[in-house]
Ligand binder design. Structure first.
Ligand code: PHE
Length: 460
C-alpha cells in the first residue's frame, strides 16, 4: 500500500495527533465543564480520568491502527471479522455526526474572530443577548460554518504530509504562544488570584457521580478518543515509532493546553465577578464582555483569543474529516479529493438541523427528549455521539483488545519501535487497565450517563 501515504516523521505524527486532541474541547468546553462542576474538584477527577483511562485507550487505538495500516472499519475487520468491524463503523458514524455539530461551534468561533477584528464586538451592550442572536442567525451560521468546512476540506484534500502534517506544525506552536501571552495578561488583572484558587484548590465535597462522568466524557472528547480518530492517524505512522512514547506526549500536550485554558479563563471570569457556571456560553458571553471592558487593547486580546480558538478547532476538524475519508479511500479505493468533497458536503448537510436548533427553528430548539424535558438537537447529537458514544467506543475497544485481539498481540505491536517495553511497568499497567479497569469503569459510566441524560435518573 505504498500510495497510502503516511506521516513523514515522529514529530509530524505528534503534531497532527496533538492537533486533533487540542481543540474546542480544551478551550471552549473544558473551562465551562470545570466551571459547572466545581473548578478544582473537576480538575482533579479529570486528571485521574486522563491518566487511568484516557492514556491507555489512546495507546490501544494507535496500536490497532498501526498494526493493520487500515481505516477504522478495515482495522477492526482485519483483526476481528465483520462483527467487530461494526465497532469501527460506529466510530466512523460518530465522527460524521460529531463533526456536524463541532463545525457549528467552530463557525461561532469564526464569527467572533471576525467581529473582534472589525471592532464590532466592542460595541455590544449585552453579550448574553448578542450570543443568543448570533447562534440563531441563520445567514451568519451558514456562511461561517461553511467557510470552516471548506478550509478543513482543502487541507485534508492535500493529504497526510502536505496537508494535515504541515498545517499542524504551523498552527500548534502558534496556538501555544498565543495562549501563554493571554495568560500572562489575565494574571495581571484584579482578583485574578481568586480565580486561580477556585481552579486549583479542589473541594472534595464537590465530587459526585456527575463530576465523574462529566470529567470522563470531557477526557474522551478532549483526547479525541472513542471514535477511531487515533486508529486512523495511527494507521499512518511508521513501525519505527514508539507508540507509548508518542501517546504520552500527545496526552501531556492536550492536558497542558486544557489546564492553561482554565488558567486563562478563571482569572478573567473572577476579575469580572461573574459566575463560572455559565455553560457553553462561557467563552462567548463572559470573555467578550471582559475584552470589551478593556477598551482598545481588548480588541487585540479578543481577536487573538478567537483566532486561537479557530486554530485549535481547525486541527481537530481536519482529523475528524480524515476518519470517513480514509475509510472509503482504503476500502473502496476512491480518490481522496472526491471523498473530501463528498463528506464535507454530507457532514455540512447533516449539521443543518443542529445549526438551526439554537433558536432559529423552534421545533428543533425544543426537541423532545425524555418525558417532560426538551433539548436542542445540537445537544442531543453531542449527548449521543460525544458524552455517551465516546466512552462507549472506548469500552468496546478495550473489550476487543482483551477478548479478541488478545493482550499478547497488543503488547507485541507496542514493542515494535520500543525495545524497552516488554516487561516494563507501563506494560503491566496497560494490561490491567485494558482487561479490568477500563471495561468495568466505562461500562458503569455508560449506564449511569444514559440513565441520567435520557431518563432523568440520577443514581447518586
Ligand atoms: N479532541 C478534540 C477537541 O478537544 C475533538 C475531537 C474529538 C477531535 C474526537 C477528533 C475526535 O476539541
Amino acid at each position: 500500500m505504498a500510495s497510502r501515504g503516511g506521516f513523514s516523521s515522529r514529530i509530524g505524527f505528534i503534531a497532527a495527533a496533538a492537533g486533533s486532541a487540542v481543540g474546542l474541547g480544551n478551550i471552549w468546553r473544558f473551562p465551562y465543564e470545570a466551571g459547572e462542576n466545581g473548578g478544582g474538584a473537576f480538575l482533579l477527577v479529570y486528571i485521574l480520568c486522563i491518566l487511568l483511562i484516557g492514556f491507555p485507550v489512546m495507546v490501544g487505538e494507535i496500536a490497532i491502527g498501526r498494526s493493520t495500516k487500515r481505516d477504522a472499519f478495515g482495522a477492526y475487520y482485519v483483526l476481528g471479522g465483520w462483527k467487530w468491524s461494526l465497532v469501527g463503523l460506529w466510530g466512523i458514524l460518530s465522527a460524521i455526526m460529531f463533526l456536524s455539530v463541532y463545525n457549528v461551534v467552530a463557525g461561532w468561533a469564526f464569527v467572533y474572530f471576525i467581529q473582534s477584528i472589525d471592532g464590532s464586538l466592542l460595541n455590544i451592550k449585552n453579550f448574553g443577548d448578542h450570543f443568543s442572536n448570533q447562534i440563531s442567525d441563520v445567514t451568519d451560521l451558514f456562511f461561517y460554518s461553511m467557510g470552516f468546512m471548506v478550509i478543513t476540506g482543502l487541507i485534508v484534500a492535500g493529504g497526510i504530509q502536505k496537508g494535515i502534517e504541515k498545517a499542524a506544525k504551523i498552527l500548534m506552536p502558534a496556538l501555544f504562544i498565543l495562549l501563554i501571552e493571554l495568560i500572562l495578561y489575565s494574571l495581571t488583572l484584579d482578583n485574578a488570584l481568586v480565580g486561580v484558587k477556585y481552579y486549583l484548590i479542589p473541594k472534595f465535597e464537590d465530587i459526585n457521580l456527575k463530576t465523574i462522568y462529566s470529567a470522563l466524557g470531557q477526557a474522551f472528547f478532549s483526547l479525541s478518543l472513542g471514535m477511531a480518530a487515533l486508529i486512523t492517524y495511527g494507521s499512518y505512522i511508521s513501525k519505527k515509532e514508539n507508540i507509548v512514547g508518542a501517546a504520552a506526549i500527545v496526552t501531556a500536550a492536550d492536558t497542558a493546553i486544557a489546564f492553561l485554558a482554565g488558567l486563562l479563563i478563571f482569572p478573567l471570569v473572577f476579575s469580572q465577578g461573574v459566575s463560572p457556571s455559565e455553560g457553553p456560553g462561557l467563552v462567548f458571553v463572559v470573555l467578550p464582555s471582559i475584552f470589551a471592558s478593556m477598551g482598545t487593547i481588548g480588541m487585540y486580546v479578543g481577536a487573538a483569543f478567537f483566532l486561537l480558538l479557530c486554530f485549535a478547532a481547525l486541527t481537530s476538524t481536519i482529523s475528524l474529516l480524515e476518519i470517513p475519508v480514509t475509510f472509503l479511500v482504503d476500502e473502496k479505493g476512491y480518490s481522496r479529493k472526491k471523498m473530501v468533497l463528498f463528506f464535507s458536503v454530507l457532514i455540512f448537510a447533516v449539521g443543518i438541523p443542529s445549526m438551526l436548533s439554537q433558536g432559529a427553528v423552534d421545533s428543533l430548539t425544543s426537541f423532545a427528549y425524555y418525558e417532560g424535558k426538551t433539548k436542542a438537537v445540537f445537544d442531543v447529537v453531542f449527548d449521543i455521539f460525544s458524552d455517551i458514544g465516546l466512552p462507549l467506543g472506548g469500552f468496546l475497544m478495550s473489550l476487543f483488545i482483551s477478548t479478541h485481539w488478545k493482550l499478547t498481540n497488543f503488547h507485541t505491536e507496542l514493542a515494535v519501535g520500543n525495545p524497552r517495553y516488554p516487561g516494563s511497568f507501563v506494560q503491566k499497567f496497560l494490561s490491567f487497565v485494558i482487561t479490568f479497569f477500563a471495561p468495568l469503569f466505562l461500562g458503569i459510566m455508560f449506564v449511569t450517563t444514559v440513565l441520567h441524560k435520557f431518563f432523568g435518573i440520577t443514581l447518586i
